[in-house]
Ligand binder design. Structure first.
Ligand code: 9MR
Length: 403
């Protein structure tokens, strides 16, 4: 996040400074006005090129619409036959695509936001829950025999959006902040897991423990108050409440060989040495600014499974503009998605692959800047008209060969 701010703010300040320089030079009729003018012209030229490369709306041929859908089974059927989960995040339970694609194509869902702490609270008040939206999503899935991944019990990023802002104030003014946070965390996990008991059988207990800025644990309210014990304690509490639930740690890596990856593995090993009841690792796999190296992804997954842990890809998407140099971007995107999923499907410890949205009509990229100005994003498996994109056939094929 800080890196992104630096990348955007430093050039903006530089451009502002050169424009101010030009204005002052023009007013004073100083000789430097030519240099300043030249600099501003070069900057404008760079901005125009960048605009056309990144921001101007583009359209790519949709050759896949000519292909007949040949598979004899749906995605969900192929997945269920091999004990695998193909999932999608559900934003809004009343989206028609929910009933259209679940349970036919997806045999697993994840509430995109509805089971986050802040989203389940009335006016952000700690302890006052309203489960209406979460229940609507979860009950539909359960009634249709679809697995639900709960997302997420403990997440220290984005105060006021993912966890209640009141928590910051409460911990800052507590006589014993550590005891207070422990109690609030226990109450929250207990209330939520008890409410969904029997319906949600796998939870992302801790989400994104790593910092986005460097190879260390994120320095947020939980880490600052409890140290890394917060992670162990969250898992222990969740296990006490329902020992039959699979408990995952969920993280995003843009690069599967970074220093941060080693810190993450140290964390996993520490949790195991402490006999913490952790069952699996989820990687989000958002392909945001670049695609991932798939050999490195495979090696990363193999390292996780060598620790005896389960593995899932929990939030996959890959923006179509990452493939705009290809002759057929939608086909290139499909090849990439299929390969990513195949690597996972081939590993017996990998039990699921979830897309972060049902179709291209419901992707977070379309409402979060700067991606909302970089259309199309189209990062998912079905297009906005719910036509299957070609990765669907590739994934079915990969599932059929799963042992
Ligand atoms: O897609 C989600 C978006 O609607 C929310 O505003 C945002 C903050 O709660 O979270 C998005 O989902 C994130 C997920 O919970 C964790 N990994 C990154 C996802 C995309 O930002």
């Amino acid at each position: 996040m800080i890196k992104y701010l630096i990348i955007t703010t430093v050039p903006a300040l530089f451009i502002l400074a050169s424009v101010i320089w030009l204005i002052v030079a023009l007013v004073r009729r100083s000789r430097s006005r030519k240099v300043a003018g030249g600099l501003v012209v070069v900057e404008i030229a760079i901005l125009v090129v960048l605009y056309f490369h990144w921001f101007a709306p583009k359209e790519f041929p949709r050759n896949y619409l000519n292909d007949a859908q040949q598979s004899s089974q749906t995605l969900a059927e192929a997945a269920t036959a091999k004990g695998f989960y193909i999932g999608a995040a559900i934003g809004n339970p009343s989206m028609p695509s929910y009933a259209n694609l679940v349970p036919k194509e997806y045999n697993s869902i994840t509430p995109e936001n509805a089971t986050k702490w802040r989203q389940m609270l009335v006016d952000g008040k700690i302890g006052e829950y309203d489960f209406t939206q979460a229940d609507a999503i979860v009950d539909y899935a359960v009634a249709n025999g679809v697995r639900v991944r709960g997302h997420t019990l403990v997440w220290g990023k984005f105060s006021g959006r993912t966890y209640p802002k009141e928590l910051d104030e409460r911990i800052a003014s507590a006589v014993d902040p550590a005891a207070e946070l422990r109690q609030v965390m226990r109450d929250h996990i207990t209330t939520v897991m008890t409410h969904f008991k029997g319906r949600i059988k796998v939870w992302d207990v801790v989400n994104e423990p790593m910092s986005m800025d460097g190879p260390y644990l994120d320095k947020h309210i939980y880490l600052n108050t409890l140290g890394k014990d917060y992670i162990a304690e969250a898992f222990q509490i969740a296990h006490e409440i329902d020992p039959s639930v699979q408990l995952f740690i969920n993280e995003q890596f843009g690069n599967y060989t970074s220093e941060g990856v080693e810190v993450f593995f140290d964390l996993l090993k520490w949790l195991q040495e402490e006999n913490v009841p952790i069952h699996g690792v989820g990687v989000q796999a958002h392909n945001i600014f670049k695609t991932h190296n798939l050999d490195e992804f495979r090696q990363f997954m193999n390292r996780v499974t060598e620790l005896g842990l389960l593995f899932e890809v929990t939030e996959f998407d890959a923006r179509i503009r990452l493939f705009d140099a290809a002759e057929d971007p939608y086909q290139a995107q499909a090849d990439y998605i299929t390969e990513y999923a195949r690597i996972c499907i081939e590993n017996p410890n990998c039990i699921g692959f979830t897309f972060w949205g049902l179709s291209d009509a419901g992707t977070w990229f379309d409402y979060v800047p700067p991606f909302s100005s970089m259309l199309p994003n189209d990062p998912l498996l079905f297009d906005i008209n719910l036509h299957a994109k070609p990765a669907r056939a590739g994934i079915i094929e990969a599932l059929e060969s799963r042992r």
